[in-house]
Design a protein around this ligand. Structure first.
Ligand code: AMP
Ligand code: MG
Length: 281
């Protein structure tokens, strides 16, 4: 059994001021040495696969994993590595990009609600409705509908909507867990350079990424406002030190296993085994 408590040091405390600079991006404390950690991550991945099977067999609940982080924080890599061993049929990954004109005519939760994992599944949101209080807040002058610009109450309204939304998911049997992949500005630079140099990674680097980087502090501030407003005991935010990919993978896989072990999904017991056996004689 992996205990969730072991990862409490990464939790955002609901309602309490959150200073991201206080969370080290390159910390390896609380994590075994690299080689041991990699083995443990692989084992956790296999456990996760087994737990997802049980979740499916039980057919009553689901898990929603939300991934947020700056550009190049490792969201795609995390999906690839952490869910490596899980049956692809059991995981539904959705990447949220700039909203379409149809999506913009709805409330910001609409497109995400449609992608919440059904019972039995693990759903992963690679970005999410949190973009609507992050990138949209940083670029409110351009991304917020004109009638809302200058309306200071809008962010509180959005936090309120998010809290209610996640509460109702919880009531409906969806466990929500949120990871903020926390990298340093320097690590982002290194990863951008790597993307620039490597022809197989070029496509990942958008022209706008360097522009967005100049808004680094605004993004950090938007995160710091959002995290304590939306952290909840039933929908926790974990700040994952993500400069080292192996540390990120270790934490995410272990937290997910601990969470699913706590949920303890159980396949239903066949009501009348004798009757079924007779039927198939
Ligand atoms: P990527 O994750 O690199 O594929 O990029 C997706 C882009 O979509 C990022 O630049 C996000 O900021 C942007 N994006 C995602 N959701 C929203 C949103 N609700 N409003 C505006 N931009 C968004
Ligand atoms: Mg990108």
């Amino acid at each position: 059994m992996i205990k969730l408590k072991e990862f409490d040091h990464l939790l955002v405390t609901p309602g309490k001021k959150c200073k991201l600079s206080k969370f080290a991006t390159d910390s390896t404390r609380h994590v075994p040495p690299r080689e041991k950690a990699d083995v443990a991550t692989q084992q956790a991945g296999e456990k996760l696969a087994e737990l997802q099977d049980r979740l499916y067999a039980e057919g009553r609940r689901s898990v929603l994993v939300i991934l947020q982080g700056m550009d190049a924080a490792g969201k795609d890599g995390a999906v690839r590595k952490v869910f490596d061993a899980v049956n692809p049929t059991g995981v539904q990954v959705t990447s949220f990009k700039q909203p379409t004109s149809e999506e913009l005519r709805h409330d910001f939760l609409w497109r995400c609600h449609a992608k919440v994992p059904p019972r039995g599944y693990i759903g992963v949101f690679n970005r999410s409705y949190y973009e609507d209080v992050l990138v949209v807040r940083v670029h409110a002058d351009r991304l917020l509908p004109p009638e809302l610009r200058g309306d200071k109450g809008e962010w509180d309204r959005r936090f309120h909507m998010i809290r209610h939304f996640e509460n109702s998911l919880c009531d409906a049997g969806t466990q929500v867990v949120k990871f903020m992949l926390h990298i340093s500005k320097e690590e982002q630079r290194q990863r951008f350079i790597a993307r620039q140099k490597d022809p197989t990674k070029n496509w990942k680097l958008a022209a706008g990424d360097f522009v967005e980087r100049t808004f680094w502090d605004d993004y950090q501030e938007a995160y710091e406002k959002m995290l304590p407003e939306t952290a909840a005991p039933d929908a926790p935010w974990y700040i994952i030190p993500a400069d080292h990919k192996w540390v990120r993978n270790y934490y995410m896989s272990h937290i997910l296993v601990a969470m699913l072990q706590k949920m303890d999904p159980r396949p239903p017991v066949m009501e009348d085994k004798a009757l079924i056996a007779r039927k198939f004689k």
